[in-house]
Design a protein. Sequence first.
Length: 277
Amino acid sequence: MADMAAERGRAASWFEGLRDRIVAAFEALDGRPAERRETRRGEDGGGGVMATFAGGRVFEKAGVGFSTVHGALGEGARRAMAERGVPGIEADPRFWASGVSLVAHPLSPRVPAVHLNVRMFWTPGAWWFGGGTDLNPAIEVAEDTGHFHDTLRAALLPFGAYEALKDWADRYFFVPHRGRARGVGGVFMDDRCTGDFEADFALTRAIGEAFLPAWLPVAERRLGEPWGEAERERQLVHRGLYAEFNLLYDRGTRFGLASGHDPAAVLMSLPPLARWP
């Protein structure tokens, strides 16, 4: 397989631009600049920049990360890739990956937490796109859920992909030991490789570009609503569910730790406070 250097460069450049647009929107909403720090995968394995928010008007904790990493997969990651059917990965464990990952945990229980990840992965024997976005309200409001899904549906209409990716998200973001979903869903895909790079890249871009129109109006609508101790308790308990999913089931968390990426960046998704009743 070709090394796809040009295609990988285009994808990484777009991911970085998406990160910049989201960070700018978050800064405008929060009323303060993000803190930025570099993330690294070892000495020569690439890295990126994590933009974080904490203690502001909107975000109790949020992180928007972009990275491009490369190198050789460790034994655990190689085994996992081989089990997923990635050809030749055990004989030649080189890889390259780039993407954007974000999680936002607002202070107000009325503003839903949200997640986005879009990424590209390359090995000598395969390449694919993956990612998605999902809404995680502590207090569900039908209007907000409807807006989030309607925005994603419209964005994916040209691809005829919304229903399939929504169903995938419903399965992926399910928490088996709790017997429930972690939120109200969204869209999700992985191992997306039809053989048509342009089509698969366009679908990935559509998911990423839909994020701000899907979430930002919801946040702005709920930001000024009053809340108290009862709402805060519901939020903290729901965050416990979110943490359980990320630590036990999330592919990105597991791969990030197995591949030697910066643990602080990988675990940025965890909420700052949570409670288990």
